[in-house]
Design a binder for this molecule. Structure first.
Ligand code: GAR
Length: 207
């Protein structure tokens, strides 16, 4: 059965678009049933409307309590019988009640080789630290910030003349490759969490 996916984003939405295109191309046994954003005037909202997918803007600042914000999002997801949540440039930490409701069914992308460089400006952090390689990570979401079992990673070199922009572009290229592939495996129920590790059940490798 095709998984019913909620795509969460806060900005440009290029990872969301990569996943959308992979679905349209028949590579993923899933469908994006709604887009959720914490900001009204961002590209992912426009993209969702262009794709004719229902868009919800739920801003945490509209709620006095974190739990009310969480519940407002969960209410929407229940209405659409969502199976999985894809964080694609969603720049908020989800409340614990939300994580609990969808535990092992929330995926996130982060532009570093986790556990290095969590939080904001991961590419800048890599440049400041002077690492020679960095990359991106797809992981299941738990209550921490950019923690949770790792599904896939891709490595990119850091060059001496890199800026945040050039490095981010190189990483983004890999993000667009590995996120749709991780979603494909998730939708096939091919990912299993064994203790803190993710193993691929029915397929040997990540392409
Ligand atoms: C991506 O580089 C993603 O890895 C990063 O935000 C960007 C969103 O781009 N996410 C994080 O830093 C999450 N901690 P996009 O909106 O074009 O997909």
């Amino acid at each position: 059965m095709r998984k019913r996916l909620a795509l969460f984003g806060s900005g440009r939405g290029s990872n969301g678009e990569a996943i959308y295109k992979a679905i349209k191309g028949g590579h993923i046994e899933g469908e994006i049933v709604l887009i959720m954003s914490d900001r009204p005037n961002v590209d992912i909202v426009d993209k969702g409307r262009a794709w004719q997918i229902p868009v919800y803007v739920i801003e945490p600042t509209m709620y006095a309590q974190k739990e009310d914000w969480s519940q407002a999002m969960l209410d929407v997801l229940v209405t659409y019988t969502v199976d999985g949540v894809l964080l694609a440039g969603y720049m908020r930490i989800l409340p614990p009640t939300f994580v609990q409701a969808y535990r092992e069914n929330i995926l996130n992308i982060h532009p570093s080789l986790l556990p290095a460089f969590t939080g904001l400006e991961a590419q800048k952090q890599a440049l400041v630290k002077g690492v020679k390689y960095t990359g991106c990570t797809i992981h299941f979401v738990d209550e921490g910030m950019d923690t949770g079992p790792i599904i896939a990673q891709a490595v990119v070199p850091v060059y001496e003349d890199d800026t945040v922009d050039t490095l981010s572009t190189r990483i983004l290229h890999e993000e667009h490759r590995i996120y749709p592939e991780a979603v494909r495996l998730f939708c096939k129920d091919a990912l299993e969490i064994v203790e803190s590790r993710v193993v691929i059940k029915k397929e040997a490798t990540i392409r």
